[in-house]
Design a protein around this ligand. Structure first.
Ligand code: HAM
Length: 423
């Protein structure tokens, strides 16, 4: 394509009308399931103060260290395009004192997030998440409910073979015990770790478990697991989550290496993994974050949530159902000549409002080309109005599947007559 055409920025993309079928189906199913479980929709800005994300996601995470789209506003405020929704929803929860309305709040949000990651299959710089957050419940049943909800949604969408990988990351009491044990394990083999890990050993040792560098992964073999160091309360909590999942027949695996890429997590954390997109990737991830609301200046509030990678979910659906639904119309009106077009115009307005998907064409094309167009639009029925039909006050309605034809009067009752024939 020539240089003059302005193109999208690397990692950003258009989602075209012909790709929308799965986006809409998933969104409708998600909203349905959220409604069943008492979630309310929330919408928040895509831009927030940078420090909201650095404080909540964590200074030493990949997202904050390398991936945020941050810039200075004209008044020198440091602002960032949201890389995720949890921090912003907590900000909103605190700002509007939502806890004073009801001690338990459940929210969902669907929208774009921005991370400057290396673009590859299933990974974009503007991507979409379906996010859910629950405030005010510390019971393990809500952890299980969220994983159950994800499982239910994926099942309704026809996905199979997805497993929840779950882990417990402990709390402010037992996490330091784990970190100490991990550092003891690393001991004097620090030189086997990459530069980033070496830096993280001091600031945030848990992050080392998340390193993707092969030598670091190798050096971590046999390292202690967070689960070995859980306090009694965290161990019981994790046990109850697993019991609840087992009783509901939700497939899950306890995964010691799962730490998630964000620092706010406490206790249960999970990912739903898939290999459907080539390399193993997570189609959803979530966890408990019992300290975050207080950390951001709100009252101590247990909280938990997840986000589904909407783009990845669409790509999986495209693989499962390679035959995309063709956009189809109930009726195409072939209108030949000015008087017929006027009739077709009014008729299509009436029928569209009555819920009959009706298309016509005002470009003055021939009968042959309009019939081709009706076929292309996958119209179930075609109504042909030409000069003769206008004169005789009657037109033919053809069922494109059965080829049956009926003669209809072009008077005021036409719209309701067509509705009867088509329904
Ligand atoms: P996350 O694991 O960073 O968690 O992201 C959730 C999901 O978003 C991932 O599993 C993945 O499917 C999708 N995702 C992430 N980055 C990209 C990308 N660059 N391109 C396409 N998809 C992507 C969170 O964001 C947490 N806020 C989830 C959460 C909510 N935890 C508690 N509440």
């Amino acid at each position: 394509m020539s240089e003059q055409h302005i193109q999208t920025i690397r990692g950003f993309r258009d989602i075209l009308p012909e790709q929308m079928a799965f986006w809409q189906k998933i969104e409708q199913e998600a909203i349905h399931v959220f409604r069943c479980f008492g979630y309310e929709e929330i919408r928040i800005p895509v831009v927030e103060r940078t420090r909201l994300f650095s404080r909540s996601i964590g200074e030493t995470t990949d997202i904050v260290e390398k991936e945020m789209y941050s810039f200075e506003d004209r008044n020198e405020d440091k602002i960032t395009l949201r890389p995720e929704a949890t921090a912003s929803i907590c900000r909103s929860y605190i700002q509007h004192k939502m806890y004073s309305v009801d001690p338990v709040r459940k929210f969902f949000l669907i929208g774009p997030m921005f991370r400057r990651e290396r673009p590859q299959k299933g990974r974009y710089r503007q991507f979409y998440q379906i996010d859910a957050e629950v405030f005010g419940i510390s019971s393990p049943y809500i952890d299980a409910e969220l994983i159950f909800l994800l499982h239910t949604l994926f099942q309704r969408l026809g996905l199979t073979g997805l497993t929840a990988h779950i882990n417990s990351l402990g709390c402010s009491e037992c996490r330091p015990v784990f970190q100490k044990k991990l550092l003891e394990f690393i001991g004097d083999q620090k030189e086997n770790f990459c530069e980033v890990c070496t830096r993280r050993m001091e600031k945030n040792p848990l992050r080392i478990l998340d390193c993707k560098v092969e030598t670091c992964k190798k050096a971590l073999q046999g390292a202690p697991a967070t689960q070995d160091c859980l306090c009694d309360a965290c161990r019981n909590h994790f046990h109850q989550v697993q019991e609840a999942l087992s009783k509901q027949n939700i497939p899950f695996e306890v995964d010691n290496s799962l730490v998630r890429g964000l620092d706010y997590y406490t206790r249960t954390a999970w990912e739903i993994q898939t290999t459907a997109l080539g390399a193993q990737s997570a189609v959803a991830g979530g966890g408990r974050y019992d300290g975050l609301v207080e950390e951001l200046g709100g009252p101590a509030t247990p909280a938990i949530g997840f986000a589904i990678g909407f783009d990845r979910l669409v790509e999986i659906m495209e693989q499962i159902y390679p035959e995309k639904d063709l956009p189809s119309q109930d009726l195409f009106i072939v209108a030949l000549g000015e008087a017929a077009m006027e009739k077709a115009y009014h008729l299509s307005c009436d029928l569209n409002l009555a819920g009959i998907k009706t298309r016509t064409d005002f470009r003055g094309k021939s009968m042959k080309s309009l019939m081709k167009r009706a076929n292309k639009l996958n119209a179930g029925h075609v109504l042909i109005i030409g000069e003769n039909e206008i004169e005789n006050g009657q037109a033919v309605l053809r069922n494109m599947d059965t080829k049956e034809q009926v003669l209809l009067s072009l008077d005021d009752g036409l719209a309701s007559e067509i509705q009867k024939q088509i329904r």
